[in-house]
Ligand binder design. Structure first.
Ligand code: PMP
Length: 330
């Protein structure tokens, strides 16, 4: 019989899928590392597992302890899954702008969710950041992973995702492309690939136009999970050979194409990374092998990038009128 004891034992070892229709006319293979195959549905399962194990080893997280993190998304799901496996409690703090569906996902996994007002200063006692700090100070056995400053975040990619990519491509990878949020993914994988290849793999960061990584000031953009208005310590500023800035419009158009033409229902940051990867591939020599990491699945974005009305309201699609029976029969 082949089985595992718990879904958390299935983190990692995600497949590479060659992009077809969206890469038409491009000679070198563009291979997508599809991270929604992780059991919690995103690349963040990897860091959740490693951050928890590192905290257990250091004694910061003790049996029966509580994991407290300001997160509303993928990291929360990963932490909640690992917490269940290992018998910890989870309290996640999120701003009230986070949709009810997202909060309900975390609650479904057994986490408690504390909601904070969005419209207050970061220093206000009720702010998202201050609330999580206060919970950690006041709760017995509480531990905050802090994915923006936790070394185990890039380390999970240096020790796991990077070697997987190297082995899956038989060491033939020439370019690696990923979006940058905390920077953990690109810093860990990038460092590993540079070391193992003797510096020959080119590391390309993809960034939403306006974010600090591509020289912006943090101007708002709509793609989620990537781009920042500050420089997290988990990002290694030396690892990227190039940063490609991608507009929301291009990111969302590609996200829709990935679902429609590649049957990859993925999130908006995947479309963004793919746009950057295809730009790199267009310029790359024919014998290149380009790997692009797709962080999560698209189910969490059905009300946004996959919703015609939402897309139209931002001008990414012409005004939505819906199909008539005539359109369908034509
Ligand atoms: N895409 C999504 C959807 C994410 O949640 C994240 C993580 N914030 C990223 C991309 C970027 O990954 P990293 O934090 O490792 O830079």
């Amino acid at each position: 019989m082949r089985y595992v004891e718990h879904v958390a034992d299935l983190v990692g070892n995600t497949p590479l899928v060659r992009l077809g229709a969206v890469a038409e006319g491009i000679v070198p293979p563009v291979l997508a590392k599809v991270e929604y195959f992780n059991p919690g549905g995103s690349v963040k399962d990897r860091i959740a597992l490693r951050m928890v194990e590192a905290a257990e080893a250091s004694g910061e997280l003790r049996p029966g302890g509580t994991i407290v993190e300001p997160t509303s998304g993928n990291t929360g799901v990963g932490l909640a899954m690992v917490a269940q496996r290992k018998g910890y409690h989870c309290v996640f703090v999120c701003p009230d702008k986070v949709g009810e569906d997202k909060r309900n996902v975390l609650k479904a996994y057994g986490a408690e969710v504390v909601v904070c007002p969005t419209a207050v200063d970061p220093d206000h006692p009720d702010s998202y950041y201050r609330t999580s700090d206060r919970l950690v100070e006041e709760m017995d056995g509480a531990w905050k992973p802090n994915q923006y400053a936790n070394r185990a975040n890039p380390e999970s990619h240096y020790l796991g995702t990077g070697p997987e990519i190297w082995e899956q491509t038989d060491g033939k990878i020439t370019h690696f492309v990923a979006g940058i949020g905390t920077g953990g993914t690109i810093s860990g994988i990038g460092r590993y690939l540079k070391e193992v290849s003797g510096g020959s793999v080119r590391i390309v960061g993809a960034d939403p136009e306006g974010s600090v990584y591509s020289g912006g000031s943090g101007r708002p953009y709509l793609v989620e999970g990537v781009g920042e208005d500050f420089w997290p310590t988990t990002y290694d500023k030396d690892v990227c050979d190039e940063i490609v800035a991608v507009s929301d419009a291009d990111s969302f158009a590609m996200t829709r194409r990935l679902a429609r033409e590649e049957a990859l229902l993925v999130g908006g940051s995947c479309g963004m990374a793919t746009v950057a990867a295809l730009r790199v591939a267009e310029q790359a020599p024919a014998d290149s092998v380009i790997v692009v990491l797709l962080p999560d699945g698209g189910r969490g974005y059905l009300g946004k990038v996959f919703n015609d009305r939402w897309m139209s309201s931002y001008g990414f699609l012409p005004p939505a009128e819906g199909f008539t029976i005539g359109d369908v029969l034509r």
